[in-house]
Design a protein around this ligand. Structure first.
Ligand SMILES: [Zn+2]
Length: 502
């Protein structure tokens, strides 16, 4: 018998909402950070310091802690706070000089001493009284990386100042909670629901019921978040779909203002998921809005599987809009309005939201991205993600041209992809995808040079690290690269469907 481990299971993590000492209780200041662009998880997001638990975190004895799990979480939170901001929230730290704290930091970072032995050695003691539990949020299952994160409110210890330690974080600052929340409202930052909830709650002031307000929503107790507003007016609503692994969900988007709602890619064929999305749409309608239309980025089943159910739910009175190639490729969904390259969709109402459609083929012939020039949002459909280029719908030359076209857009600030969390490091991400394709192409060309002549032979050569189960899919991707190499004149195809050096 083998134990099955769910690779998508959330990992324990802890984060610290650091409050400024002697801050104005009516509008307290908090230390927030901007995560580095290169981080695989939430790169470029505004957040609080924190991270995954270390195994040694549970070896720390935490005074006044009710149980061992809470103690481990507090220990992890304190360690992350020290590693990322140099703030040591331990009793006894007030006896240390700045220089001693610095050498302690070096001991930890260099691995000379573990966190538990270091606290021990310097006579430091963590006390649960310094860490106020402020909720436990679980990353929704649409993300490949998931965390079960405990948040703690901590007042910055006297005579210590947070500073961003170069590495994982790009920046950090003290900011009044209301100002931080306003930065999000003004579309200047990208953040996840627990961060936004914390800022909004703190903006309400430090009152006796502060912790109750933190813990009020069920999501603060680990209930999955369904509706994710990384940016105001753009709801990301992941729905479970029979999509390609490792993805398990497709993102539907609800773009709304005071009067109208656009529904993009209602992709789930499952009734429970369709109901959940419909309930979210109904809520927006209940506040006085109308659904303007359903928009499709492309024709793949995991992006259109819930279209008919949503139309039926809305009483049939809603149009579907898509590119001509998508309309022609869909057999059982009627597209009522065609969207052409550079067409603009303007929402009636407040604020003014204007989306320009970009015909970006490659993953699918009729693929569309949508660009909100004013706030730098780019809805990328499946052009960014675990993208399969499968001919004849897929075309590698087109795909690379589409990526270049996306890369050339000015002032991008966030990418909303078809699967997984938003990306707040748009240029970095697009560059990553372009580089990945070039690297793959170079390997395939090398394989052809060394005599591999069919997609099957090339896969055996190039995809040495993937399970044979996915080889058929990989062969489709290799074929797409070969077609591009033929078009580029670097490879020729002979009459026996073999690919040879040109
Ligand atoms: Zn797709």
């Amino acid at each position: 018998m083998t134990l099955s481990v769910n690779p998508n299971a959330p990992k324990d993590a802890a984060a610290v909402i650091l409050l400024r000492r002697d801050t104005n209780p009516k509008n307290p200041e908090v230390f927030w950070v901007k995560r580095g662009d290169k981080l695989a998880f939430l790169g470029g997001f505004h957040a609080f310091p924190g991270g995954q638990l270390d195994t040694s975190d549970s070896e720390v004895v935490v005074k006044n802690s009710s149980d061992s799990q809470t103690a481990a979480m507090i220990s992890g939170a304190a360690r992350e706070l020290f590693e990322e901001l140099g703030v040591l929230a331990a009793r006894g730290a007030e006896r240390l000089t700045k220089g001693q704290r610095a050498s302690l930091f070096d001991d930890l970072e260099s691995g000379r001493m573990s966190w538990p032995s270091l606290l021990d050695h310097y006579g430091l003691q963590l006390d649960a009284g310094d860490f106020t539990f402020a909720g436990r949020w679980v990353t929704p299952p649409f993300s490949a990386r998931r965390f079960d994160t405990w948040f703690f409110l901590v007042t910055c210890p006297a005579k210590q100042e947070p500073r961003v330690v170069p590495g994982e974080l790009a920046a950090g600052e003290w900011i009044a909670a209301q100002d931080a929340y306003d930065r999000w409202l003004g579309a200047h930052v990208v953040a996840v629901p627990p961060t936004l909830h914390a800022l909004k709650t703190l903006a309400g002031g430090i009152s006796p019921d502060l912790v109750d307000r933190f813990l009020a929503p069920p999501q603060a107790h680990g209930d999955p978040v369904r509706k994710i507003e990384f940016r105001p007016h753009y709801i990301c609503f992941p729905v479970r779909t029979p999509t390609k692994p490792p993805a398990t969900h497709t993102n539907s988007y609800l773009i709304y203002n005071s009067k109208e709602i656009l529904v993009m890619d209602p992709g789930s064929p499952y009734a429970d998921e369709q109901d959940a999305l419909a309930a979210c749409v109904d809520e927006l309608i209940g506040e006085g809005r109308e659904v303007r239309e359903i928009v499709l980025t492309h024709l793949h089943p995991d992006h259109v599987g819930g279209v008919k159910a949503l139309i039926a739910h809305l009483g049939g009175a809603v149009a579907v809009a898509a590119h001509k190639e998508t309309a022609q490729g869909l057999s059982d969904i009627e597209v009522n309005r065609l969207i052409h390259d550079e067409d603009t969709i303007k929402l009636e109402g407040d604020p003014h939201i204007s989306l320009q459609a970009l015909h970006t083929p490659g993953h699918a012939r009729g693929h569309l991205c949508f660009h909100d020039e004013q706030t730098g949002v780019l809805i990328t459909g499946d052009n960014i993600g675990s993208v399969l280029i499968d001919p004849p719908q897929g075309n590698m030359s087109d795909y690379l041209n589409s990526l270049q076209r996306m890369r050339a857009l000015p002032n991008l600030s966030v990418l909303f992809g078809g699967h997984g969390p938003a990306m707040a490091n748009p240029y970095n991400k697009i560059d990553e995808y372009i580089a990945h394709r070039h690297e793959r192409e170079a390997h395939i060309l090398q394989a052809v040079h060394s005599g591999a002549a069919t997609p099957k032979e090339i896969v055996a050569h190039v995809y040495t690290d993937v399970s044979p189960k996915v080889h058929p899919m990989a062969e489709r991707a290799v074929l797409a690269h070969l077609e591009k190499l033929v078009a580029d004149g670097l490879v020729v195809r002979n009459d026996h469907e073999q690919y040879l050096t040109a």
